[in-house]
Write a protein that binds this ligand. Structure first.
Ligand SMILES: C[S@@+](CC[C@H](N)C(=O)[O-])C[C@H]1O[C@@H](n2cnc3c(N)ncnc32)[C@H](O)[C@@H]1O
Length: 349
């Protein structure tokens, strides 16, 4: 929530703003409960009364009614003539049976953020020595079992496929012959680009438990002959040769600047002469006044007093690309107020 810029001289003398900020977690909890209980799916499928929604959600009608009142107050649903209706964004993104559903992603991310609900103060001070000793790479832990990797990767597909199509429309992939999409997750960005650019071939690399799921998504889109899927770790594995585009789409906020520079150096060495390196990730303004979403992500990178990642500004990303040898570096927003896009070129010989 951006600070309010009203001329009201009493603005900073009242408690409303502080209450709103301190108790925002209640709004979040109500939304997530409604998603998990399938309230919006039930409404979309015709359960129009509190009783019918309660039966679908497996809760008492009085409890369902109270949740529905909050959903109305949050403008998630409306009531017309005694029947409930989802607001258009809720109908599009929070109905489980639709391909645009991304409620699982919201539930999952909300559970993960700021130490999985642990005190942020504990994370910032590192006062819990026992937990501090256990902290390791966030992405390694997330993908440690086939089940957790499937859950995260499927949620990631649903959350990112429309953005992947936006990138494929805006970024001219037809200039490239072979794109290495490091940390490609579900493969959604490669899928969208291959669907829109017939000459493109890609290699998607990610952790072993992830690529099992990637293979299924790529097969569903019938792109097995154009998207090659391989296991690997971008800090350890040799990068394949022959690629004229190498990208990192949203893994790097889980790494510190010295690691990002190391990754960009590996990228530069592996690229064909004249090739392009691309990073898409949470990005801060150069003056570090926000935006709020990347600022919160940056704060969430402090886990039990240890820095397990960092959100960078465009100027910082530019300096990392330069340190790795790239030229013609360009920075723009892919998703205003959240995700930046940075590209750099390897010198043509
Ligand atoms: C936020 S997801 C993004 C996935 C995909 N690029 C997308 O945007 O849908 C981050 C991905 O980075 C992968 N990842 C993180 N660290 C990695 C590493 N060291 N080597 C390979 N993959 C890594 C994770 O396994 C995960 O699939």
């Amino acid at each position: 929530m951006a600070p309010k810029t009203t001329e009201d001289p009493t603005q900073y003398k009242k408690t409303e703003r502080l209450n709103e900020l301190a108790f925002a977690f209640k709004n979040s909890a109500a939304l997530l409960a409604a998603i998990e209980l399938g309230v919006f799916s039930a409404i979309s499928e015709g359960a129009a009364t509190a009783e019918a929604i309660a039966a679908r959600a497996g809760v008492d009608p009085e409890a369902a009614d109270r949740l529905l009142i909050v959903c109305k107050a949050l403008d998630l649903i409306s009531e017309k003539g005694g029947r409930y209706e989802n607001r258009p964004d809720v109908e599009r993104y929070l109905v489980k049976s639709l391909p645009t559903y991304f409620g699982d992603y919201l539930v999952y991310q909300a559970g993960e953020g700021f130490g999985g609900g642990k005190s942020l103060v504990e994370n910032l001070t590192g006062s819990n020595e026992e937990e501090k000793a256990k902290v390791g790479n966030h992405y390694k832990a997330l993908m440690a079992t086939p089940e957790s990797a499937r859950r995260f990767t499927t949620a990631g597909y649903n959350a990112s496929i429309s953005l992947a199509h936006r990138l494929a429309k805006r970024f001219d992939f037809s200039r490239f012959k072979l794109w290495l999409d490091w940390a490609g997750g579900s493969g959604c960005y490669s899928i969208a680009a291959c669907e829109r650019h017939p000459g493109l071939r890609t290699i998607v690399m990610d952790q072993p438990n992830v690529i099992k799921v990637t293979k299924e998504f790529v097969a569903k889109h019938g792109l097995e002959d154009r998207i090659d899927i391989r296991p690997g770790d971008f800090l350890e594995t040799d990068y394949p040769k022959g690629c004229d585009l190498i990208s990192f789409i949203t893994p790097l906020q889980g790494y510190m600047p010295d690691q990002v520079i190391d990754i960009l150096k590996r990228t530069y060495d592996a690229l064909e002469p004249g090739g392009t390196g691309m990073v898409i990730d949470y990005m801060l303004n150069d003056d570090k006044t926000g935006p709020l979403d990347p600022a919160l992500m940056n704060l969430g990178g402090v886990t039990h007093g240890r820095f397990m990642g960092r959100v960078n500004s465009g100027a910082e990303f530019t300096s990392y690309f330069e340190a790795a040898g790239f030229v013609d570096i360009e920075v723009s927003w892919l998703l205003e107020h959240q995700l930046g896009r940075v590209t750099g070129k390897k010198q043509a010989r």
